[in-house]
Design a protein around this ligand. Structure first.
Ligand code: MG
Ligand code: MG
Length: 270
């Protein structure tokens, strides 16, 4: 799930961060987050196997909630600001926050982003994947692949001693040559005892360095990349966010841990 910056794209030009409180997790807290994230990574693997033509997004949601609870975790999306489900299921031009529905049936050639999270002993995880439904066009395969690659370009800079904007800039620099649209109204975020903690993490360069990265910080980094223009429409259900031009969009997210040295640990991958 995403952090909706109240000031939208103005985040790029803000001169100074408002007062930030970016939490540093203790070794015990990191262990709890590792567990929460491992459970989520396994659930994503199971959901991926179910993505095929003919399944409804509601069936995927029911399965996700069952797996979360079987693992003694709690779905953190369910009832978050009134969200009615345990996953966001966003198909084709839906960017994020799609509400699972019985009558939303996947078809050959669609792409679907599944965003999911859970809580273990008070600690949150959050991750998203975009999957092909059956055979998709090379153009969409490339969109999914480069969205994932932009995440990896970003986290190469998620190194203690760097600043937040090093991550943001690396994502934008990676995506720009492809001519894709980078969603600006929604951002990644810190994560821990809350799903959305400081800082908010745009997928584009800010005009300030942002917080200094320290070991024990945990972030959800989540590029949302549109095949066409960056503009988005927020729909009347209060959640579903689509591209303004109706072209498809991909989303990729992991929860990561800033480590003492070198690249971060990706907590939501097996
Ligand atoms: Mg998410
Ligand atoms: Mg998130």
């Amino acid at each position: 799930m995403l952090f909706k910056a109240p000031e939208g794209a103005a985040v790029r030009n803000r001169r100074k961060d408002r007062k930030m409180s970016v939490t540093i997790k203790s070794p015990r807290e990191i262990e709890l987050m590792r567990h929460s994230c491992k459970v989520l990574a396994e659930i994503h693997e199971r959901l991926k196997e179910e993505v095929k033509p003919g399944i409804s997004t509601l069936e995927l949601d029911i399965m996700a909630e069952r797996l979360i609870r079987e693992n003694k975790c709690i779905p953190n999306f369910l009832h978050y600001n009134g969200f009615p489900a345990s996953i966001c299921a966003s198909v084709n031009e839906e960017i994020v926050h799609g509400i699972p529905r019985k009558d939303k049936i996947l078809k050959e050639g669609d792409i679907i982003s599944i965003d999911c999270g859970c809580i273990y002993e008070g600690y949150h995880s959050d991750a998203a994947r975009t999957h092909a439904v059956g055979k998709i066009s090379p153009e969409l395969e490339k969109l999914i692949r480069e969205t994932e690659n932009s995440f990896y370009a970003g986290i190469k800079k998620a190194v203690a001693g760097n600043h937040l904007n090093d991550i943001c800039t690396a994502i934008e620099d990676y995506i720009t040559p492809f001519g894709y649209g980078i969603v600006e109204e929604l951002t990644g975020h810190g994560i821990g005892t809350h799903m959305h903690e400081d800082p908010s993490i745009p997928n584009f360069a800010m005009n300030r360095r942002g917080v200094k990265l320290r070991p024990g910080m945990t972030f959800a980094i989540e590029p949302m990349i549109n095949l066409g223009r960056a503009d988005v429409i927020f729909h009347d259900d209060g959640w579903t966010t689509t591209t303004a031009d109706g072209l498809p969009s991909a989303h990729y997210e992991n929860t990561i841990l800033i480590t003492e040295e070198g690249e971060p640990e990706i907590l939501t991958l097996l």
